[in-house]
Ligand binder design. Structure first.
Ligand SMILES: NC(=O)C1=CN([C@@H]2O[C@H](COP(=O)(O)OP(=O)(O)OC[C@H]3O[C@@H](n4cnc5c(N)ncnc54)[C@H](O)[C@@H]3O)[C@@H](O)[C@H]2O)[C@H](O)CC1
Ligand SMILES: [K+]
Length: 499
């Protein structure tokens, strides 16, 4: 896990790290530049001309160092500077002094835009030192650079993006942001996706122990955290070990939702899946998914009663395609009151709960709630447009009701009642298609059925779902559908080296 710190905390951490280690800030800048270049050289060829735009702070210093290192490796680079070296930081000037003279180094204001050509733009104008919205030449530069039809890469943070809050005005629009040591909070806001692009986190050697003295309950999940949380099954494991899951939902015209959840749970590794649907769904379910068992409620069209003997199941997920009828709400109440095992609450179950205080009170620590933004807004009855407020609200909700909350979106946020908030690293814009939420419900329910804790099921579920979305998106691009995501779940295990 990477602890997420504020810009102020990062600066202080950096100082104490340098002091304790007895190294110079210039050396840390060199490490950061090397980390950037290592990533760059793995991804881009020497045939692409690079233009590096540098401010005069330490972000600019990184840029100048990057120019020297890439040039030394045979990459064609030009440097363009904003601001005067006399206003530059010591480390900026130290790097400027050793920039080889064969590298073109021009002031930004001297660029002839009619003739300006390059393949890759590297933004090292401003990083975590940003302290006001862009104006003057920084604003001009960002506007000009955003309009170029080239690859754009930001060093540490896109210029103009404040580290801890929502952007005010313009910011550099990167295709990639290569950030150092740990992601900055605002790089994880879905609202900033067009500025951050793909986020790459590069280690610059600041050991985890230096983070201990800084208070933060927000973390960025890494692959190793997921590997650590998975259970290992052995040859003699039988289907009972993989869990008995009940999925409740479906209504006329929305039976597909529960089918997607069921298939996703099967592909995630569940042993036995039962579904509980309205009567009309029985022949449809049976003929389309042969691996699931189907039970029906009393009514034909809507879900109007609860299943018998709920204790037969290791876990229950409820909500996909369920509808919000009065009778359905009563069936939900009945299940919430009588079932004592772990549960996933999604979609229409959330919409019903949002309107019923008495049902909200039935939320327990055994439950994972999986709202998307709109559903969350209904649950809290408040505007959650601003990301800083939304993250706080998620914490408040999870602590008030004692449940794990998965707030879905880019970098889905998992909040636990203990007050820890995890940002998920996997995902893809191609997951933004109907039914992928139902898939997530099936994946998370599957892990609960396999005996994972609510926290681990949420973390592993969101991670694998996002990764499956990425893999499906690589093949199907904008044609990706929820079923493609399900088909990629097994590959996520292969990807992580899991059996
Ligand atoms: N923290 C680390 O672990 C490391 C950070 N590195 C890099 O250093 C930058 C942060 O550098 P800093 O000098 O503190 O700030 P900036 O370069 O982002 O900004 C410089 C300077 O610019 C002024 N300023 C702020 N806002 C504006 C504005 N809107 N318009 C014009 N000028 C503005 C302000 O005075 C700032 O102080 C970090 O992001 C990394 O890239 C290290 O190299 C490695 C370790
Ligand atoms: K930058």
């Amino acid at each position: 896990m990477l602890k997420i710190l504020s810009a102020r905390q990062i600066k202080s951490l950096e100082e104490s790290y340098l002091e304790e280690k007895g190294i110079l800030s210039l050396e840390l800048m060199e490490t950061a530049a090397e980390a950037f270049c290592q990533w760059y050289m793995q991804n881009f060829s020497r045939r692409q001309d690079i233009a590096i735009f540098c401010g005069t702070g330490n972000n600019g210093g990184d840029g100048i160092a990057i120019a020297r290192l890439l040039s030394r490796q045979g990459y064609p680079v030009c440097v363009y500077t904003l601001g005067d070296a006399k206003d530059g930081t010591a480390d900026y000037n130290s790097n400027l002094n050793i920039l080889p003279t064969n590298i073109v180094n021009k002031p930004f204001s001297n660029i002839d835009w009619e003739r300006f050509r390059c393949h890759v733009i590297i933004d090292a104008m401003l990083g975590i030192g940003l302290n006001k919205p862009l104006e003057g030449k920084y604003l001009d530069a960002v506007k000009k650079l955003n309009s170029q039809k080239t690859m754009r890469i930001a060093v540490d943070m896109p210029t103009g993006l404040p580290s801890d809050k929502l952007v005010d005005g313009e910011a550099f629009q990167a295709h990639y942001t290569v950030t150092f040591q740990t992601p900055k909070l605002s790089a994880l806001f879905p609202e900033h996706a067009a500025y951050v692009g793909d986020l790459v986190v590069k280690d610059i050697g600041i050991d985890g122990k230096y983070f201990n003295g800084y208070e933060s309950s927000r973390y960025f999940v890494e692959e190793k955290d997921i590997l650590e949380r998975h259970k290992i099954f052995h040859k003699a494991s039988h289907k009972g070990d993989f869990g008995k899951v009940l999925l409740v939902g479906g209504s006329k015209g929305k039976l597909g939702a529960i089918m997607l959840s069921a298939k996703a749970a099967l592909r995630t590794g569940s042993g036995l899946i039962s579904t509980f649907v309205p009567g009309f769904g029985l022949p449809i379910m049976q003929s389309s998914i042969h691996e699931v068992m189907v039970e029906t409620c009393t009514g034909n069209d809507i879900l109007d009663s609860a299943p018998e003997n709920l204790d037969r199941f290791d876990t229950i997920a409820i909500g996909p395609g369920m509808g919000t009828d009065e009778k359905t709400a009563e069936a939900l109440k009945n299940i919430l009151e009588s079932y004592k095992g772990k549960m996933v609450i999604d979609a229409d179950a959330l919409n019903i709960i949002a309107k019923r205080k008495d049902l909200k009170e039935l939320i327990t620590s055994q439950m994972i709630l999986t709202p998307h933004l709109k559903e969350f807004e209904r649950m809290v009855g408040d505007d959650v447009k601003y990301p800083e407020g939304r993250i706080e609200k998620a914490l408040e909700f999870s602590q008030t009701y004692g449940c794990v909350l998965i707030l879905k979106g880019l970098h889905s946020l998992i909040t636990t009642p203990a007050g820890i908030q995890y940002f998920n690293p996997t995902g893809s814009q191609f997951l933004a298609t109907g039914g992928t939420g139902d898939v997530l419900t099936g994946v998370v329910a599957s892990y609960l059925g396999q005996g994972y804790s609510v926290e681990n099921a949420a973390l592993c579920g969101v991670y694998h779902h996002g990764l499956a979305g990425q893999l499906a998106g690589e093949d199907q691009r904008r044609g990706t559908i929820a079923s493609d995501v399900i088909e990629k779940i097994p590959e996520t295990y292969k990807n992580l080296g899991l059996s």
